[in-house]
Design a protein around this ligand. Sequence first.
Ligand code: 5AD
Ligand code: SF4
Length: 465
Amino acid sequence: MTELERQKEYIRKAAGLVQGRGLRYFVVTFGCQMNERDSEKIAGILEEMGYLPALQESEADLLLYNTCTVREHADKRLYGRLGVAKQIKQDRPGMLIALCGCMMQEAEVREKIRTSYPYVDLIFGTHNLYRFAELLYERLSEGRRVVEIWEEHRDLLEDLPKRRKYPFKSGVNIMVGCNNFCSYCIVPYVRGREYSRDPKEILKEVEALAEDGVKEVMLLGQNVNSYGKGLDRPADFSGLLSEAAQIPGIGRIRFMTSHPKDLSPDLIHVIRDHEKIARHIHLPLQSGSSRILSAMNRHYTKEAYLDLVARIREEIPEAAITTDIIVGFPTETEKDVDDTIDVIRKAGFDGAFTFQYSKRTGTPAALMEQLPREFVQEQFDRVLKCVQDTAKERAGRFTGRIMEVLVEGVNEKDPAMLTGRISQNHVVHFPGEGQKPGEFIEVSLDECHGFYYTGHVVKPTGKSC
Ligand code: 5AD
Ligand code: SF4
């Protein structure tokens, strides 16, 4: 029996315990798109077993938190939520609480949950997520707490059921793990070594999604630019992206995340030459100071980064470039932050996520002397202001243009309005004329309101993908 058959067998066995009881599940996802995708796998398995989605945590018979540990803030949020979950469980005897995701890969976290959170019923990690059916069955049939964590992945089982959050768009994992060991980052320790999926498998998954009505896919990996290393038959990301862009039915392809050190000229050309590939590149800068970049183990300089941005702008002038920035890395001075601000001004980012450095135990940077909080806050405020000013300057650049929009759904605040996104990832709100989520239409971007546009429908694009 293959592992896949084994897990399907456990889904059937668990279904015998679940079906007909009207049991409901609720999944809370912290962190990145990869966790979002993992949660879709968990939801798919649960629905196959016969669990129904709950509308809120307090109605759940199975409450699962898929955790993130990239910054300390994410850890704190989980502990806060667990306090609330405890209250819910007191009112709903028999309810199960499960934890998974990156935080569970940390030994101290597991120890803390084991000793201080006895009401947690099931704990598993990132590498054995595909064994969820078996682990839950064990918990359901034996009635005792189940904990299973692996230190490394052994298998990548992607063929299990999935319950997509959106019918018209989906993430697709192309690789797991990270080999870069940026000195501040915990990801390589909790997600393990880089491992690429076979390109044929990936393309098959994209084809199946297209047949299932998906119009937009996002290829996911911690560092998609190093995709293909270690595969039996050589493959690279630009080749994969180009093939995926030619799959009939898919109208738009995104990818996340790029590492500047590995972004090849070929990739820039592939994006330029395929209009289905989104005009959006997320290119984490982290710092604009070459000295700090070296201490961060990023393998590029301020000048190399700016040069890369210039090449992208030259080949794909329409592209939106967004970034991640960390402020307060150990030893960072005001002058280093000046360099970061200089890059923000010169690169003209369309958006940036700005983070205060967060010390992660086990990483090399955690052993360095940490900077005073007030100093970091001051520098962070400077960077944030610069990011906001530049984004504001850039924001209106598509005003007055007619652009292709993928309709995502009804506006949350005003049901007469629809919401969609342009290729550059900007959100657009416009009065609906009966368009459905998943449709491509042409919208005139009439007004820019900082981070989003308002506009009106011009016509369907007639795009048959
Ligand atoms: N502290 C602050 N930000 C971090 N990131 C990763 N690790 C840390 C850390 N220890 C940020 C980086 C990365 C994004 C996903 O999270 O900017 O690109
Ligand atoms: Fe972390 Fe660097 Fe890997 Fe990104 S590339 S996940 S920042 S170690």
